[in-house]
Design a protein around this ligand. Structure first.
Ligand code: PMP
Ligand code: GLN
Length: 391
């Protein structure tokens, strides 16, 4: 038999699946893969259910149903004062994952360089490479996750086509500051490159930090693709409804990729997400607050279990240093050990770094990521198990 595609087959099974499978095998509490254990608003499920019963279950329009595209445009205006024409600037995709893949297929030519910030979300690098691009990592390290202008500038070259940004950042829990976004935007303009910004956690930001779409910065409106996800904003990660806001020229390129990838996204879910995006401000505020309380609850528990808990400014995730627990092995060994020994599963941060050193800096191997978007009882039980295990 001839070999299958060498790029994708060179990657292992994603860490999310590996650790969730291990958690299932050992019956451990899964704080690895990021998904809430309670569904989002019941009325949105009813909208989806009614739309499924009452409407045709056939292909909706390729770019998405008008109701949802209009709702995305209105959401952009309401939260960020972005003026967006839904007819040639908003595309609905099957999750942010498809939006990311479509963006890369639409923009990258073989040999183009693509800047990514490490730790890097798992689907970025495989898709960059499958599109023929060359990933250029910028390595951000705990505990500060500091982005230096010199290091970022050095990552650009004449071949840089695209910079892939994620804010609020999974797994670091970093919300890029206005100053950092301004710096990234200025470099993108200077080097005439596109920016794809993964903003799936845009409404999960804590402690008065503000999420700013990089699309708003000078010179960025014409070069940015801004990606959101209903999975995160409405706590329904299985729905896989994504939305991209783009300048018209990039929208056209993106729609070409989308039409050949999935062509469209289930209509009943699109109607429900449209309704969700029109929710009143209280909905978005209570999502943010409830996640912030969960972050605090788990942080307190993990600190009692002797973890070094790093601040999390947004997302579903906390980063912790495992050395204060007394464990001397790697983060991968640690995650296996606590799954089997303590009955709690987390993810090794090293899984979000490329192999080898970048700018002479090795990836850390003593940090693990915990997901806190779970019922309080589960967070307490997990904390208790870890406290008993480590103290
Ligand atoms: N980007 C980031 C940073 C994520 O954390 C996730 C999933 N949790 C995605 C993209 C994928 O989102 P979706 O489920 O909408 O495909
Ligand atoms: N985004 C989720 C996480 O970071 C997982 C999504 C997936 O399993 N692909 O945990």
């Amino acid at each position: 038999m001839k070999p299958v595609n060498s790029v994708l087959s060179s990657f292992g099974t994603t860490i999310f699946e590996v650790m969730s499978t291990l958690a299932r095998e050992h019956g451990s509490l899964n704080l690895g893969q990021g998904f809430p254990d309670e569904d989002g608003p019941a009325h949105l499920k009813s909208v989806a259910g009614n739309a499924m019963s009452d409407n045709p279950n056939q292909y909706p329009p390729m770019p998405g149903v008008p109701e949802l595209r209009q709702a995305v445009a209105a959401h952009n205006k309401r939260f960020y004062n972005l003026d967006v024409n839904w007819e040639n600037q908003v595309l609905i995709t099957s999750g942010a994952t498809e939006a990311l893949a479509a963006s890369m297929l639409a923009l990258i030519e073989p040999g183009d360089e693509v800047i990514v910030m490490e730790p890097v979300y798992d689907s970025y690098v495989p898709m960059i490479m499958r599109a023929g691009g060359i990933p250029k990592p910028v390595r951000l390290l705990p505990p500060e996750w500091e982005l230096s202008e010199d290091v970022l500038r050095a990552a650009f070259s004449g071949k840089t086509k695209l910079l892939l940004l994620n804010t609020p950042h999974n797994p670091a829990g970093k919300v890029y500051t206005d100053q950092e976004l301004g710096m990234i935007a200025a470099l993108a303009v200077e080097h005439d490159c596109y920016v794809v910004c993964d903003e799936v956690y845009e409404h999960i930001v804590f402690d008065g930090h503000t999420h700013n779409p990089i699309m708003k910065y000078p010179g960025m409106a014409e070069r940015t693709l801004r990606i959101g996800s209903a999975g995160k904003t409405f706590s329904m990660t299985g729905w896989k409804v994504g939305y991209v806001t783009a300048p018209p020229a990039l929208y056209a390129a993106l729609a070409k990729a989308h039409q050949f990838l999935t062509f469209t996204t289930p209509p009943m879910l699109q109607y429900a997400v449209a309704e969700g995006l029109h929710s009143d401000d209280d909905y978005f505020e209570s999502l943010r607050l409830s996640m912030q309380q969960k972050r605090d609850r788990l942080s307190t528990g993990l600190a009692k279990a002797r973890f070094g808990v790093l601040p999390s400014q947004g997302t579903y995730f906390l980063t912790t240093d495992i050395r204060p627990t007394g464990f001397t092995g790697t983060d991968v060994e640690f995650c296996q050990q606590i799954t089997v020994g303590a009955g709690v599963t987390a993810l090794p941060m090293s899984a979000f770094y490329l192999p080898g050193a970048v700018n002479g800096q090795a990836a850390p191997d003593n940090f693990v990521r915990f997901c806190f978007c779970k019922r309080d009882e589960m967070l307490d039980e997990a904390s208790q198990k870890l406290i008993e295990y480590f103290t």
